[in-house]
Design a binder for this molecule. Sequence first.
Ligand code: SAM
Length: 261
Amino acid sequence: MLLEILTSWRTDCPPPLARLGYRYAAVACAARARRCAAAWAPHQQRTRAAILQAAADADPAGTALILGSGPCLDVPVAELAARFRRVVLADAAQLPAARALARRHPAVALATLDLTGMAAGLAQGGPPPPPGCTAFLGDAGIRLVVSANLLSQLPLLPLAALARQLPDQELERMGRRIVEAHLAHLRGFAAPVLLVSDIERHCLAADGTTLAREDTLFGATLPPGEEWDWLLAPSGELPGGQQLRTRVRAVRLDRSRSAPA
Ligand SMILES: C[S@@+](CC[C@H](N)C(=O)[O-])C[C@H]1O[C@@H](n2cnc3c(N)ncnc32)[C@H](O)[C@@H]1O
């Protein structure tokens, strides 16, 4: 608990984002990552390998932009900093781990911002603002964009903020709009884009049978890509011996790859 309080003090998060819960969520996620380190390691390794593969195909004479960088457990920051002229770690909250990486590597810069485009409006109250983000689209120096286990997280806090205002069906629709808006954002970049996201979550009983299945993308679909399982909540995290397992997909969204042959 003391560690979480200290982490929270040392986490940069603009007040409107902190009011919506982004600082708290980032600190809680870092604590979960510590508790589940062994179970999460294979997923983090697969994500880092996918990022390094995409980086190897990209022009290093520019910027690698990492969206949803968080504590950078999935992101091979040192390797990216050695390869690219500049690495931008973009997240709603900058944890001490990310701030330490920026201090250690002169090529690494931090960008603290909301990638749904909704937070400023939500923090003011009033009707739900439309999702949509154009951050970094004007930066001609970007040579690689990575959305790093971010997509399914984007709807969570906006939907929590809107839960009293919108009926369930509207919340579902808004969740999908937020997901689609991030995909549109990614497709706006001229640089190669790698998206890594969980796509489907299973709640498992102690004997391994599926109790419930959740579409983490609210009905939005992704192009095919390499897939793996991530044991998000191993035994001991949830009551009754239940576990959470999520399916992750790594997709290259480069414009050149989606162009018709
Ligand atoms: C599962 S974590 C990603 C883990 C990270 N890639 C790593 O290497 O450890 C999801 C991240 O998305 C960020 N996030 C969620 N909503 C966001 C938003 N609207 N704008 C920017 N970042 C957001 C969270 O702060 C969190 O760091």
